[in-house]
Design a protein around this ligand. Structure first.
Ligand code: FAD
Length: 380
């Protein structure tokens, strides 16, 4: 019975990083990937331009990632930009976001060196193999493979057509590996009121509930709300479905300031709001408006309640929130605390970030941690 030193399940972003770092290291490595090529989701990132990472300092990075503290030591240990420089992938900076200078996601996929790694494409892992509670291998539709170390980097559950359909979430559950609740993150919203405004974009809008707020650009769609603002609030809508969510279309002024401006110039808002949205809001602005009615109108502008708002389903989310419970994972190695030859990297873990390169940073940093800790194990 052949036994590999390492079996990696999934050749997406994290899998590529791990395979690259284990390439040509004298280790016998097998990768099992259900797709017929590597990094399908990576090719879709940043609209095909791939926002590889953010340029944030440690504190900003940790704050932008849910459970970011788990990554503190790996953030300080690894220099992602240097890694890509060494792999002949120059990066360029745009508003704190880094992209390949070529602006092609395919160049990111191709920069990884995995020529000494055996990759079996079109093999979907369907189970793990245990012997007397010891993890010894994996089962695909056609074969069983045995390995000293097994790495799960099969992604989340969103965009299942890219390969990440959550199979491993089910398998891990079967073996008692704890996972936190899964919900969509970085996801557009479903909301009926504004359907007639589909296609209209507004700048500098605030969305909030009692715990969180964001300010940004909003796009009305035929289903509801999208654009950076709605997408960044999506995870809170999913996480706190019982909360009330509001839009503030004029965050620059408080209610009193807006009241004074509008009382002296009832066309004041037309200077900021796009024509179609202004006309839409006019229905709440009767002619010869009284002070009381104006206050009511202002609360519509500053506190428009999104009654019944919900997120698009998980498969449409950019990222999956929730996953393998970090309480069961050692941050220094990303290995399971009980099953110490089982490793995790990327979106399968209960780590996710905002749009801005943070999710790929999660994949790169956890991937580097896993690969180096496996190498260390063999060098002892
Ligand atoms: C449209 C879109 C745009 C995005 N843009 C950005 C961006 O610009 N910047 C950013 O930071 N993040 C972005 N993200 C998020 C980012 O792509 C992911 O967080 C990241 O790719 C996760 O890496 P991963 O390796 O954990 O999972 P994935 O990249 O999803 O890889 C998982 C791999 O495992 C394989 N697999 C799954 N199950 C099995 C199985 N049972 N057997 C064998 N193989 C299996 C899959 O086929 C896949 O190849 C974007 C996401 C989407 C959907």
């Amino acid at each position: 019975m052949k036994q590999y030193d390492v079996i990696i399940i999934g050749l997406g972003s994290a899998g590529l990083m791990i395979a690259d770092r284990l390439n040509n290291n004298g280790l016998n490595v097998l990768v099992l990937e259900r797709n017929k090529r590597a990094g399908i989701k990576l090719l879709l990132t940043g609209n095909g331009r791939c926002n590889v990472m953010s340029n944030d300092n440690a504190e900003d990075f940790i704050n932008a990632v849910h459970n970011g503290r788990f990554l503190r030591s790996s953030y300080h240990k690894y220099n992602i930009k240097k890694f890509f420089d060494k792999h002949n992938l120059p990066l360029k900076l745009e508003n704190r976001r880094m992209y390949p200078a070529s602006e092609k996601a395919i160049d990111v996929v191709n920069c990884f060196k995995i020529d000494h790694i055996k990759v079996n494409y079109k093999e979907k892992v369907e189970d793990l193999i245990f012997n007397n509670e010891k993890l010894i291998g994996v089962k695909t539709q056609t074969n069983s493979y045995y390995g000293k170390n097994i790495v799960v980097c099969t992604g989340g559950k969103s965009y299942p057509k890219s390969g990440s359909d959550g199979t491993l979430h089910k398998i891990l559950k079967k073996y008692g590996i704890k996972q936190t609740k899964i919900y969509p993150s970085e996801v557009a919203l479903i909301f009926d009121d504004f359907i007639e405004l589909s296609g209209v974009a507004l700048q500098n809008v605030r969305m909030f509930h009692k715990k969180n707020e964001r300010i940004g650009d909003l796009l009305f769609t035929h289903k509801g709300l999208s654009g950076p603002l709605a997408i960044s609030m999506g995870e809170f809508v999913a996480r706190f479905p019982e909360d009330k969510f509001y839009l503030d279309f004029y965050p620059e002024l408080n209610e009193e300031q807006l009241f004074n401006k509008l009382w002296s110039d009832n066309k004041f808002l037309s200077k900021k709001l796009t024509k179609s949205f202004y006309n839409f809001m006019l229905r709440y602005f009767p002619e010869n408006i009284s002070k009381k009615e104006l206050r009511k109108f202002i609360s519509k502008i500053k506190r428009y309640e999104l009654i019944g708002v919900k997120t698009m389903p998980l498969e449409y989310a950019f990222t999956t929130a929730g996953g393998v419970d970090l309480k069961e994972v050692n941050p220094k190695s990303c290995s399971h605390k009980r099953i110490d030859n089982l490793y995790f990297a990327g979106e399968i873990l209960d780590l996710h970030g905002e749009i801005g390169g943070y999710n790929l940073m999660v994949a790169w940093l956890t991937g580097m941690t896993v690969a180096d800790s496996i190498k260390e194990k063999f060098n002892k």
